[in-house]
Design a binder for this molecule. Structure first.
Ligand SMILES: Nc1ncnc2c1ncn2[C@@H]1O[C@H](COP(=O)(O)OP(=O)(O)OP(=O)(O)O)[C@@H](O)[C@H]1O
Length: 639
């Protein structure tokens, strides 16, 4: 019998037993007729995630913030986005941050999660200690509104990679498998485990985002607008799931646009923001009595969430009064006893026990001294494997690249047909070198300029949630692009080298290929810099616009090489392309016999003269060394 069915049986036995009478295979999908969070549903869901909680133990987290302000400044004005708001989010509770559009909900979440740090004032404490971002980032997960999933990976593959990166050596392979399966079962994704992420529905994608972040069992999870774009059923499933996660001792904070009345009742705590001020903080059932205190009577037929948002948005006076009454978040309306309708009680810890567990956890973290759960080498290997898998499955892109290389090679070869050994047209052969340079430059700059901005959005989530370091990511990215670059580049170069009739000597050809690949690697590094700083639209303007002057500088001096002015030489030394062009022309002309002359007189029969006159002066070995060093430096900078 295979291991997986055994594991599955062990984990979900109880769940399936519960589901049998209702014939409901997914513990979180409530019956269509079941419009409430019933004891049965809670019991079904509560029987899951046991392995995760047992194996990846984490301390509960209370987060307290006092007088948090956020100001943005432009050259024209300073804008106060958050006005000294206070509040507290506790473990075992599901909190909803409500407010009209532009109230500052995402800003508050960004600040609490540590995503925004500049321009922030106030105090944030975690379990009574000042927030230490190094520890806090390992304990928290932030699921952003526009989170993208890694394409071309199945649900199971994505989860396994997340487990390898986030759990490291903390757990063995079998335990990770168990956790992955348990989470997928709980989130109702097990039956879609072999579906690629790009084929998942909106609700399933959101659940996968949550599943990926759950792998290391973070005790605090922030979600920005997790329900955007989902239908009513998916929204309900997701909120029910979040409630289950909070019931197991986690602190879950999410912003939600207009929850329905039944959905609103699933939240333990509500935090209302308006114009950067806190207008209410406390238990969801106490919101309506609070509104009554400020003269805003919510009709019994009205959804309290809609009512409060409408009130604070349309009535600034009421909003100010509410803010004053709750002291901008300092006062929290609490239920005497946290009661759940028919469900299990949340795991609530005493403040003293939380303090003790947390201090122990910090001591353990400080002993480990590791910023990420895995070493650089492990991150590099896992990421390289993931990138190889993705590029292998992206067959259309590979075909396009292959056709691009072959067609361009045949075109270039036809233009420069058999010019390689003809002393009558030496400058034409030099132009051949420039054409090869331009091909590698544009091809390998434009790929990252167009594709990397999308990748950056995925990278942002994974890096922020401490999956891996940037060095490991860029090393894996460069390494994983090498095979395609070398293979297709070689194909291109074989075609153009033969068609243009260059001298057939192995060492010459190898040096020519080596220089061309170095140009490609440097150009890719340049493209990554542009792609990480600009979106695809701006990048496709900035990329070529930046590289064009470098191209001009690299070709300067053609025909009057020995007379290039010193200031121009200095400027030219800034262009990595110049070193590339020197390398290519040296590969073709250095130490070779005189070129064939089919006319009475050929000025450039001696290849040394060509090198001199096109500005590739004869200090050949020095140029080569500088070129390689500069290429290395440029590539490092791009890291
Ligand atoms: N970095 C920034 N620079 C300038 N203005 C900002 C910045 N960040 C946020 N704002 C402004 O702060 C206000 C609050 O933005 P925020 O995204 O937090 O609102 P929100 O409540 O999440 O709105 P929505 O529900 O529409 O997403 C908005 O007016 C926004 O324009």
């Amino acid at each position: 019998m295979s291991k997986v069915p055994l594991v599955r049986k062990a984990i979900v036995g109880a769940t399936l037993a519960h589901n049998a009478p209702t014939n409901n295979p997914n513990p979180l999908v409530l019956d269509p007729t079941e419009n409430q969070w019933t004891p049965a549903a809670l019991e079904r869901a509560g029987s899951t995630l046991k392995a995760l909680n047992r194996m990846a133990k984490r301390p509960p987290v209370h987060i307290l913030f006092e007088d948090v302000g956020f100001t943005t400044s432009t050259h024209k004005e300073e804008r106060l986005i958050l006005r000294n708001v206070s509040g507290e989010f506790r473990s075992g509770e599901l909190t909803c941050v409500l407010g009209p559009s532009g109230a500052g909900k995402s800003t508050l979440l960004n600040i609490l999660a540590g995503y925004t740090t500049k321009g922030v004032s106030g105090r944030i404490t975690v379990n009574g200690h000042a927030r230490d971002m190094r520890v806090f980032k390992k304990l928290s997960s932030y699921i952003m509104q526009d989170d993208l999933l890694q394409p071309r990976l199945s649900v199971c593959e994505a989860m396994r990679i997340a487990a390898d990166l986030k759990l490291g050596k903390e757990l063995g392979k079998a335990e990770k498998e168990l956790i992955v399966e348990e989470i997928l079962q709980t989130l109702g994704l097990w039956e879609h485990r072999n579906t690629r992420s790009e084929h998942l529905s909106g609700g399933q994608s959101k659940r996968l985002s949550v599943a990926l972040e759950l792998v290391n069992n973070p005790p605090i999870i922030f979600l920005d607008e997790p329900t955007t774009g989902l239908d009513v059923v998916s929204i309900r499933q997701l909120v029910v799931l979040l409630r289950l996660l909070s019931r197991q001792g986690r602190t879950i904070i999410c912003t939600i646009h207009q929850p329905s009345a039944s959905l609103f009742s699933l939240f333990d705590r509500v935090y209302v923001l308006s114009r950067g001020m806190c207008c209410y903080q406390g238990a969801a059932p106490l919101l309506v009595p609070f509104l009554t205190e400020v003269g805003q009577i919510c009709p019994s037929t009205h959804n309290p969430a809609d009512f409060v948002v409408e009130t604070v948005a349309s009535d600034p006076e009421a909003s100010a009064e509410m803010s004053e009454l709750c002291q901008n978040g300092k006062l929290c309306r609490k239920l005497d006893r946290m009661t759940l309708r028919g469900g299990r009680k949340p795991v609530l810890h005493s403040d003293e026990s939380i303090q003790r567990i947390f201090v122990e956890h910090i001591a353990k973290e400080q002993m480990q001294k590791m910023e990420f759960p895995t070493t650089f080498l492990t991150q590099f290997l896992i990421l390289t494997k993931r990138m190889f898998m993705q590029s292998r499955r992206n067959s259309i892109t590979l075909w396009i690249q292959l056709i691009h290389h072959v067609v361009s090679a045949v075109l270039l070869g036809s233009i420069f047909l058999f010019v390689g050994n003809d002393a009558a047209v030496p400058i034409v052969n030099f132009k051949f070198c420039i054409s090869v340079l331009v091909f590698f430059m544009y091809t390998y700059i434009m790929i990252p300029v167009l594709l990397f901005p999308l990748e950056v959005r995925m990278l942002r989530r994974e890096y922020f949630n401490r999956w891996y370091g940037l060095k490991a990511y860029y090393a894996a990215l460069t390494f994983s692009s090498l095979p395609v670059m070398v293979l297709f580049g070689l194909l291109f170069l074989v075609i153009v080298y033969l068609m243009s009739g260059q001298i057939l000597e192995w060492d010459r050809f190898i040096l020519f290929v080596f220089c061309a690949i170095l140009i490609a690697i440097c150009s890719e590094g340049f493209g990554l810099v542009v792609g990480s700083a600009f979106n695809a639209t701006n990048g496709s303007i900035v990329g070529p616009a930046t590289v064009s002057p470098l191209l001009v500088l690299c070709c300067y001096g053609m025909g009057f090489g020995p007379y290039i002015e010193t200031r121009m030489k200095i400027l030219m030394s800034l262009s990595y392309l110049r070193y590339g062009l020197s390398g290519l022309s040296i590969a073709l002309y250095q130490k070779r016999t005189s070129m064939e002359c089919h006319q009475d007189f050929c000025l450039y029969s001696d290849p040394k003269l060509i090198l001199r006159d096109v500005g590739r002066i004869l200090k050949v070995h020095k140029i080569e060394l500088y070129g390689l060093e500069f290429a290395k430096v440029l590539h490092h900078i791009s890291f």
